[in-house]
Design a protein around this ligand. Structure first.
Ligand code: IPM
Ligand code: MG
Length: 357
């Protein structure tokens, strides 16, 4: 019997549906080539549904989604909804309620021409950012007093638990061990100003003791932004609290060619996990077949890797990389190449690479 995986698909808003179609086209091509199958269940979630019915993520849908091997998400967000409503109702809900405590964001440059930095190439830009994914300023502990009045007070608490800090740090050390680079983990924080982040300093030092084969480094987030631009080759694996991870991975995305290529996995190792491109829903480009599906395709590669189909995941990554280098894939910017053509190109390259092997 062929191995099959159940995938919950949330195509979402804006360009989400079109890039998802291409990403799954490629994932299916890889599945077929490597002898497994993906059973996809689509969930109508996002701003359109909220506008029509008022539903964001009904419990019944959520329970259903949970029962899959993985979740694939296109993009969420639309200016017709209040800021954060749909984002918190869907993506943050998955992150928190499925306890997807790792946000794994690889930053890898495939083709020198895509890099905005002078004299930096693929050998310099290859790092893994491990973003903590359930705590920090994202934990949702916020409030307002005297709302709308001159003396209004607004607060948002940065929350860190020992377990919540330890698990991404441990994951980072394991990832550094598994990778063939500098065998180094950098802690990125702002413990000199956000004093509660002292817990990150302490837990990092404790966990590091268990990994004598891995060297450690530290950078405050402001300096880390500078070093990532100046000397990206210094980074191997970096681990950081949620909010800084959100910010620095946008910077990282630019180093690897832009939001059109950056992908991520929201993971709870061993449990249902969620894969998505880092980019947003870009409503103004929606439905025109101009968005680049490459980031979405890279997210599907990460999903297959997570499901244990490592060769299939790798085949997708290699196909994208080779097509970029050969120039058949013109780039990952909006409007450079029709969305569906990019999907066909990568799917065919994946099939061809397996037929050749
Ligand atoms: C991301 C996004 C989200 C985040 C938004 C949509 C809430 O920017 O996944 O990086 O801030 O985590
Ligand atoms: Mg972000």
């Amino acid at each position: 019997m062929t191995t099959s995986y159940d995938i919950a698909v949330i195509a979402g808003d804006g360009i989400g549906p079109e890039v998802t179609t291409e990403a799954l086209k490629v994932a299916d091509a890889a599945a077929e080539a490597y002898g497994f199958s993906l059973v996809k269940n689509e969930y109508d979630l996002g701003t359109e549904r909220w506008l029509k019915t008022g539903d964001i993520f009904p419990d019944a849908d959520f329970e259903d989604v949970k029962g899959h091997n993985a979740i694939y998400l296109g993009a969420i967000g639309d200016p017709r909804a209040p800021v954060g409503l749909i984002e918190y109702g869907i993506i943050a809900k998955c992150r928190f309620d499925l306890d997807l405590y790792i946000n794994l964001r690889p930053i890898k440059l495939y083709d020198e021409r895509m890099c905005p930095l002078k004299d930096k190439g693929p050998k310099d830009i290859d790092m893994l950012i491990i973003r903590e994914n359930t705590e920090d300023a994202y934990a949702g502990m916020h409030g307002f007093v005297h709302k709308g009045q001159p003396l209004e007070v607004a607060t948002q608490t940065m929350v860190y638990t020992r377990e919540g800090v330890e698990r991404p740090i441990r994951y980072a050390f394991e990832a550094a061990r598994a990778r063939n680079k500098n065998k180094q983990v950098t802690l990125i924080d702002k413990a000199n100003a956000v004093r509660a982040q002292d817990i990150w300093t302490r837990v990092f030092a404790e966990v590091a003791e268990e990994y004598p084969d891995i060297s450690t480094d530290h950078a405050y987030i402001d300096a880390a932004c500078m070093w990532m631009v100046k000397n990206p080759e210094w980074f191997d694996v970096a681990v950081t609290p949620n909010l800084f991870g959100d910010i620095i991975t946008d910077l990282g995305a630019m180093l690897q060619g832009g939001m059109g290529i950056a992908a991520s996995g929201n993971l709870h190792p061993g449990q249902v996990s969620l894969f998505e491109p880092i980019h947003g829903s870009a409503p103004k480009h929606a439905g025109k077949n101009v968005a680049s599906p490459v980031a979405a395709i890279m997210a599907s590669s990460m999903m297959l890797d997570y499901l244990g189909q490592k060769e299939a995941g790798k085949a997708i990554e290699t196909a994208v990389s080779e097509l970029l280098i050969s120039g058949e894939l013109k780039g990952v910017k909006t409007g450079e190449q029709p969305c569906n053509e990019v999907g066909d190109l990568v799917a065919n390259a994946v099939r061809a690479s397996v037929a050749k092997a």
